[in-house]
Write a protein that binds this ligand. Structure first.
Ligand code: TYD
Length: 208
């Protein structure tokens, strides 16, 4: 059996990292081999591009080209080989982030993003995407708590995150995307995440 590809998305501060742990634990308890990865990043090349993306000022198109360059390496070198080995891939962000941040946030055209997606992903899509939706004000409060100065995305103003959120919303009609209310208490949210996993992957639902 080939593996499944699960992605987690949301604006900065939505609490994805905690719920990545929830998903990984739920799968591993059921004997699934999990390949956990992230974007921007996930390969030597893409990890080298990550600090440029997070710290260097650039045009929206350059941003998109760099992110998709890293993604091509990530898909071909890590994601597809892991799935072919029967592992399940769990990625902290994937292509929806480009539509939300470069499209919604930066205003880059959908046509450009769709072209890049066609070139780089060639119809390859996650099996399940958990979108952690949160009001940007709450996300900003969470980020401000006990953190040093953020990267250049995290330093963006509220209106940027409103547009990013709208960018995610615009993709939430796709059957693979499941909206989670990230304002929920993390423990209850983890239970909701597990329920979504049970429904999405009934063959694993009974285990453990
Ligand atoms: P993030 O997951 O927030 O990393 P961390 O939790 O360590 O801060 O990702 C870093 C940033 O990259 C995030 O602000 C969104 C941005 N990003 C894009 O702008 N486009 C993309 O396609 C991806 C994958 C990420």
């Amino acid at each position: 059996m080939s593996g499944k590809f699960i992605t987690l998305e949301g604006i900065d501060g939505a609490g994805k990292s905690t719920q990545l742990d929830t998903v990984q634990r739920w799968l591993e308890i059921r004997g699934v081999v999990v390949k956990r990865t992230r974007e921007p990043g996930g390969t030597v090349l893409a990890e080298a591009l990550r600090p440029l993306l997070l710290n260097m000022s650039m045009s929206p198109l350059s941003e998109a080209l760099l992110v998709f360059a890293g993604r091509h390496d990530h898909v071909t070198q890590v994601i597809e080989p892991a799935l072919a080995r029967g592992e399940w891939v769990l990625s902290d962000r994937f292509v929806d982030a480009s539509f939300a941040y470069q499209g919604g946030g930066r205003g880059l055209s959908q046509d450009i993003l769709k072209t890049l997606e066609t070139w780089v992903c060639a119809g390859f899509q996650p099996d399940l995407t958990l979108w952690f939706d949160l009001d940007p004000d709450i996300a900003a409060q969470r980020l401000a708590r006990g953190r040093q100065e953020g990267d250049r995305f995290e330093r963006e103003e509220r209106t940027f995150f409103e547009r990013v959120r709208a960018g995610y919303e615009a993709r939430s009609h796709m059957p693979r995307v499941c909206r989670m209310d990230a304002a929920t208490d993390p423990k209850i949210l983890a239970e909701q995440v597990e329920n979504v996993l049970r429904q999405a992957f009934p063959s694993l639902a009974g285990g453990a």
